[in-house]
Write a protein that binds this ligand. Structure first.
Ligand code: 4AD
Ligand code: MG
Length: 430
C-alpha cells in the first residue's frame, strides 16, 4: 500500500498501513496532524485523542521531523487535507526517533548549505519531483530504443583516448600507465553496430569542463544510440521521435510532479513532429542581425544557443557546423566539405543544446587524415580504424544528455538539481 495509491483515490474507506518518515507535525486541541512521506508521495495522517489508546497518542507527541514510523488507519476523503485525502490513525509505531535537530528544518537555506546536505535535501518535495521525472526520462529513453530493436551495449568508463576533444579529459593513473574517464561511449557503439545493427549505450560520462556554468556538470549521463546503414536525415528523425516520446511520457505519467514544480506545461504540449531546422550558417546570420559578435567558423556558445532557442516554440536542430568547430569523426557534407553532417538539438525556452549527433566518417583514409589533422595519437585509435577496415558502412548516431533534458522539462535554472549527487568543477562532496 502506498501513499500514491491513496492520492489516486484507490483506497478510500479502506484500512491501510503506511511505512515512512515524518515531514511535519502540528497539533490542535485533541488532534495531532502528521504529514508523512513514504517515497511515493506525501499524505496527512491525523491522530485523535478520543479515538486511540492513550499510549499511542503520547507516543505520537514524541515524533520529531524525519523520524521513521509505521502507521495503520483508515483512508477518508477530506478536501481540507493536502492532496484531498487523509489517514485516520488507529495504530502508530516509531521505528527510529530522529534527534530533533534536522539540519533542513528551516525553510530558507543558501545553495551551498543545501548542496552540502544533498543527502537530506533530496527528501524535499521539489527534489523528489525532479528525481522522479529524471527516472521517467531515463525509462522513456530506454523503452523507446528497446521497442525499436536497439540493443543495449555498455561502453567502458576507463578509455585510452579522447572522443570529444583533448581539453576536457580526466586522466587517471592506471597501473603504471594512464587512462581517461570516458567523455562519450560513441566510439564503442560504432563498434557494436557491426554486431547488432542498432545499438545504444547509457551511462555516466565525464568532462573536465573548466567553465562554471548553470548547465555543465563534470559527470553526467548520456544515452547514445548508433545505427548502421543510416544517413544524416534518418538520424534526425529518430531524435525528434525520441524527444517527443520522452516529453509525452513525462506529461502522461508525471503530471503530479510537474505540478509540484509549478511547471507551465503549455510549452511542453507544443513539442510535436516535425522539429524546426536551421543551418549553422543561418544561425550565425540570425545572431549577427541580433547584434552578437560572432564570425562564421566559431562554435556556438551558451548565449548564442539561448537566443536561437528562444526564436522557436519547438526544439530546433542547428545543422552543418564548420568541420573545424566539431569533433574529428564527423562526415563532411558532400555539397560543401567545409561543413559536416552534424546537428545539435536546441531545447526551447532558452535551454539550448540537449543532443549532439552526426553522421560518422566511414572512409578509412579520410578518418586517418582527420585523426592526424586533430593531432590525436593514431595508436590509441587503431582498434577504431579497424571498424573502417572490416565492413565499414555509412552510419550515424547521437548523444542525449539526461541532465540537460531534465533541466529543460522541469524548467530549472541550474543543472545541479537534476542528478542525485551533482559533480561540478567545485564539488565532489557528498
Ligand atoms: O555534444 P556532445 O559532446 O556529443 C557527444 O559526446 C557525442 N559523442 C555523442 C554521440 O554522438 N554519441 O555531448 C552530447 C550531449 C550534449 O548535447 C549535452 O546534452 C550533454 O551531452 N553534455 C553535457 N551535459 C552536462 N554537462 C556537460 N558538461 C555536458 N557536456 C555535454
Ligand atoms: Mg555538443
Amino acid at each position: 500500500m502506498s501513499v500514491s495509491e491513496i492520492l489516486d483515490g484507490k483506497l478510500t474507506g479502506k484500512e491501510v498501513e503506511i511505512k515512512g518518515w515524518l515531514v511535519n507535525k502540528r497539533s490542535s486541541g485533541g488532534v495531532q496532524f502528521l504529514i508523512i512521506r513514504d517515497g511515493t508521495g506525501l499524505i496527512q495522517a491525523t491522530i485523535h485523542k478520543n479515538e486511540v489508546a492513550p499510549e499511542i497518542f503520547e507516543e505520537a507527541k514524541k515524533l520529531t521531523q524525519e523520524s521513521s514510523l509505521t502507521i495503520r488507519g483508515s483512508v477518508v476523503e477530506d478536501k481540507r487535507a493536502p492532496g484531498g485525502y487523509e489517514v485516520r490513525i488507529s495504530e502508530l509505531k516509531i521505528v527510529h526517533l530522529a534527534p530533533g535537530d534536522y539540519p533542513l528544518a528551516k525553510k530558507e537555506h543558501g545553495i551551498d548549505f543545501l548542496l552540502n546536505h544533498r543527502q537530506l535535501w533530496i527528501r524535499s518535495p521539489r527534489q523528489m519531483a525532479i528525481l522522479r521525472i529524471r527516472a521517467e526520462v531515463v525509462k522513456a529513453c530506454r523503452d523507446f530504443l528497446d521497442d525499436r530493436g536497439f540493443v543495449l551495449t555498455d561502453a567502458p568508463i576507463f578509455t585510452p583516448s579522447a572522443v570529444e576533444g583533448t581539453t576536457t579529459l580526466f586522466e587517471v593513473p592506471y597501473f603504471g600507465d594512464k587512462a581517461y574517464l570516458t567523455q562519450s561511449g560513441q566510439l564503442y557503439v560504432e563498434a557494436t553496430i557491426a554486431t547488432f545493427g542498432k545499438t545504444y549505450c547509457f551511462g555516466p560520462t565525464f568532462r573536465a569542463e573548466k567553465s562554471k556554468t548553470p548547465r555543465h556538470l563534470t559527470e553526467f549521463w548520456m544515452v547514445e544510440p548508433e545505427m548502421a546503414f543510416c544517413g544524416f536525415e534518418e538520424n534526425l528523425k529518430l531524435q525528434e521521435e525520441m524527444v517527443t516520446y520522452i516529453v509525452k511520457t513525462v506529461l502522461d505519467k508525471r503530471c503530479r510532479e510537474l505540478e509540484v514544480l509549478k511547471r507551465d506545461i503549455k510549452p511542453l504540449r507544443k513539442v510535436e513532429l516535425p522539429f524546426e531546422r536551421i543551418s549553422y550558417t543561418e544561425a550565425v546570420e540570425m545572431l549577427q542581425k541580433a547584434g552578437f559578435q560572432i564570425e562564421w567558423g566559431e562554435d556556438l556558445g551558451a548565449p548564442h544557443e539561448r537566443y536561437i532557442s528562444l526564436q522557436f516554440e519547438k526544439p530546433v536542430f542547428v545543422h552543418r557546423y564548420p568541420a573545424k568547430a566539431k569533433a574529428f569523426y564527423m562526415q563532411p557534407d558532400p555539397e560543401n566539405p567545409n561543413v559536416v553532417l552534424c546537428a545539435d538539438l536546441m531545447a526551447p525556452e532558452g535551454y539550448g543544446e540537449i543532443i549532439g549527433g552526426s553522421q560518422r566518417i566511414h572512409d578509412l583514409k579520410l578518418l586517418e587524415q582527420r585523426i592526424k589533422e586533430f593531432g590525436l595519437p593514431k595508436e590509441a585509435y587503431e582498434w577504431y580504424l579497424d571498424l573502417r577496415r572490416y565492413g565499414s558502412v555509412p552510419h550515424s548516431g547521437f548523444g542525449l544528455g539526461i541532465e540537460r533534458t531534465v533541466m529543460w522539462i522541469c524548467k530549472l535554472k541550474h543543472i545541479r538539481e537534476t542528478i542525485p549527487f551533482p559533480r561540478t568543477i567545485t564539488r565532489v562532496y557528498p
